[in-house]
Design a protein around this ligand. Structure first.
Ligand SMILES: [Zn+2]
Length: 292
């Protein structure tokens, strides 16, 4: 990880040095890569600022609500059921960025050997109490990842890739951790200025999750494809999910008021996520067997 706040002179995905300003507010300034379309913070925040954020109990308590744990676990179980035909059934799975552990719980219950890495030791301590059967590690990924190469059938990155200063380094490490033919599930949020404008008009901060300090990159299908192919993966599917999908968080973390819930249902039902730029981008990819 590049630790200093630095003007990101090149795109973290394709290394193109041409970009135009896309968004600026009090928290972040985003530019859009002229080549792959990735939106990324420029300048990037400091590691110190992000470390303080991730180490705080409030960060996790503000994102994960015990009332939703059962729903989250059910969503992850459904996701695993979809992925298992690709991996040949339950095997060894690594989750980077485990939150409060509902994915690990779902994986263990389905017969997976589950491993997880979290940034902060404090978070791992919480997880040791709630999912003691999981093998857990803390530290910066990928530099401090203790798990051996070629040891996983599945790697689960759920709203994690957008947090890395260098997403290509993270994906390269994931490539190494996977067995030949192993599968990567990578989901990231999508945002747009239009979505934020609508949100502001409604006076709501929770329709659109606003640009956040810890979200360093915003992917679309083109930049995600480029990132995966550039790090040795063959994309199996890249699609938009989210608002309106019954298996997603329509009532969940991001849509907490009746108005935003209703709008999410309308947007999802009319399949407007594409033009509006909302929802999540879900990529499933397989490690290519041939060396890059
Ligand atoms: Zn780019």
């Amino acid at each position: 990880m590049n630790h200093a706040s630095k003007p990101a002179s090149v795109c973290p995905v394709c290394r193109c040095d041409r970009a135009t300003q896309y968004h600026q507010d009090q928290t972040v300034r985003l530019v859009r890569c002229a080549s792959c379309g990735l939106k990324y913070q420029n300048p990037m925040p400091t590691l110190e600022a992000l470390s303080a954020l991730y180490a705080s109990q409030e960060y996790y308590d503000g994102q994960y609500f015990p009332a939703q744990f059962a729903e989250r676990k059910a969503m992850f179980a459904h996701r695993l059921a979809v992925l298992e035909p690709l991996t040949g059934g339950p095997g060894r799975v690594l989750e980077v960025g485990c939150g409060r552990g509902q994915f690990l719980e779902a994986a263990l219950e389905r017969g997976w050997k589950a491993c997880g890495q979290e940034f902060a030791e404090e978070t791992v301590e919480v997880l040791r109490g709630t999912v003691p059967a999981a093998e857990l590690a803390h530290g910066v990924f990928p530099e401090e990842c203790p798990f051996p190469d070629s040891s996983f059938d599945l790697v689960h990155l759920n709203h994690v890739l957008e947090h890395f200063f260098e997403p290509m380094e993270a994906l390269s490490r994931v490539w190494g951790l996977l067995k030949p033919g192993g599968v990567l599930y990578c989901e990231v949020p999508r945002q747009s200025n239009l979505q934020n404008t609508l949100s502001n008009m409604l006076g709501r901060k929770d329709f659109a999750v606003h640009y956040m300090l810890e979200h360093l990159c915003y992917f679309e299908a083109a930049s995600m494809t480029r990132a995966l192919e550039g790090s040795g993966f063959a994309p199996l599917s890249i699609r938009i999910e989210g608002m309106g999908d019954p298996h997603r968080f329509v009532r969940g973390v991001h849509y907490t008021s009746p108005w935003t819930h209703l709008m999410a249902l309308v947007v999802g039902g009319l399949k407007l996520q594409g033009p509006l730029g909302g929802g999540n981008l879900v990529a499933v990819a397989r490690k290519k067997e041939a060396p890059r």
